[in-house]
Ligand binder design. Structure first.
Ligand code: ADP
Ligand code: MG
Length: 244
């Protein structure tokens, strides 16, 4: 996969600027985290990449494929972007089994039945959930539901995986475990990932690089060590220093 490039995007809601000239690139296979306090614009940035929102200006592309070039009229729709999405509320379909939850995105993409079965087994095995394929979501723990949501995000082998605070509904103990298997999954699957969190421990332990957001602006992009040891602005130093 070529790199994901978010170039100078700006966005306001009702006259209030929430993203100001956001600019970053994510390399093939990289785990890239948007880190910052609540309300700083992380989810809005991810929604723009996914095509659920459009920036007011700027461009978004993966390699030569332009998703957004400044005009909503010519934007590639979300379903044309080949991205995997996992949001905070994992929203599995309650009336469908785990396997059927994973089948849905494949059906939408008109994948043949036998191939569906293979891809579903593959994705559930990666998150260690294949043995629960015939259960319903309410029969699983929060952590297990989260794994299924991730499996659904990767089942059609998207070019880029977008994860918005995927662990925030879990309690502290499960969050720690989930962090570990997320790291294992990343190592195994190696998919380009944009990860959103307000939790600096998650960001530090999972990321190849971190982009620190404050008030709709990118303060710093660097490796966890760079961000931790040489914060670029007093705001970053204040945020990283704070235990949250
Ligand atoms: P984060 O994910 O970092 O917590 P968001 O991107 O969700 O932040 O929000 C950034 C700012 O934009 C917040 O002030 C939020 O209230 C505002 N915002 C987000 N989405 C909308 C929307 N659809 N309409 C109006 N304001 C919004
Ligand atoms: Mg958010």
């Amino acid at each position: 996969m070529p790199e994901l490039a978010v170039e100078n995007i700006t966005k306001s809601f009702h006259g209030t600027t929430v993203l100001e000239d956001i600019d970053f690139t994510v390399a093939d296979g990289e785990f890239f985290t948007l880190l910052g306090p609540s309300g700083c614009g992380k989810s809005t940035t991810l929604s723009c990449v996914a095509g659920l929102e459009h920036p007011d200006s700027g461009t978004i592309r993966v390699g030569d494929e332009v998703f957004f070039d400044g005009l909503p009229r010519t934007a590639v729709p979300p379903e044309g972007r080949n991205l995997g999405l996992v949001f905070q509320s994992y929203a599995l379909w309650p009336h469908m089994t785990i396997a059927d939850n994973l089948a849905l995105p494949l059906k939408l993409r008109k994948v043949a039945k036998a191939e569906q079965r293979r891809l579903i087994d593959d994705a559930l095995t990666k998150v260690d959930m294949a043995h629960l394929r015939d259960r319903y979501p309410h029969q699983l723990s929060g952590g297990q539901q989260q794994r299924v949501a991730l499996a659904r995000g990767i089942v059609y082998s998207p070019g880029v995986l977008l994860l918005d605070e995927p662990l925030s509904n879990l309690d502290a103990k499960m969050r720690g475990q989930a962090r570990m298997w997320l790291k294992d999954l990343q190592r195994e699957v190696g998919i380009t990932t944009v990860y959103v969190t307000h939790d600096q421990i998650e960001a530090m332990s999972l990321s190849d690089r971190i982009a620190v957001f404050m008030h709709g602006r990118l303060q710093q992009v660097g490796t966890p060590v760079e961000v931790y040891e040489t914060p670029a602005t007093p705001e970053v130093a204040g945020f990283i220093g704070r235990c949250n």
